[in-house]
Design a protein around this ligand. Sequence first.
Ligand code: C5P
Length: 208
Amino acid sequence: VASFVVAIDGPAGSGKSSVSKEVARRLGFGYLDTGAGYRAFALHSLSGAALPELLESFDYQISLNPDSQQVLLGERDITLDIRGEVAARAVSAIARDPEVRELQLRDARSRISTCTQSGIVVEGRDITTVVAPDAQVRILLTASESVRLARRGLEQTETAESLKARDASDSKVVEFFTPADGVALVDTSDLNFEQSVQAVIGLVEAAQ
Ligand code: C5P
């Protein structure tokens, strides 16, 4: 059971996924990308079934190993599909539904509690506030909009307009631009990747 939780929230393109993954590797912790669950549900919803049926039939698996981010929807490997434009465009609307959020919340908590490593890094939008408000380390990882757009452009095909629209829509549901009480703000606008990783590891070491 992972008794040490590092909760990391932030907007799209903040670098939180790559930083969280690397921190998990170096600490020997598990890694949970909660956005993958929402993206998987968005792809699942493209079947066109009604919401109660979608909630009932959602069968999703994700690896907690930071080196193997395989995602399965039923038998189908959607590891690459969840990163595409189709998933990115559909995900915010689906993430607004309270029943979908409730399902994702239960799912994330159960994955955290069954992680076999001594600790786990969990990243998303509502980890510090809703999923794991009692986490030993709570961080809001952010960067200026121009830096986020540039970073995302290097990694994924999502357009700047789509990314901005997604952040605007998401931030109406959960607050991830300003840190909640007790949450440390890490602004990576002027930090390179290694410096961002070190900033997070520093906060983890201070809490251990
Ligand atoms: O982090 P990522 O960009 O992969 O998240 C995809 C989408 O999932 C977000 O745009 C948001 O709509 C939703 N999400 C959420 N709460 C989380 C993680 C993701 O609402 N904890």
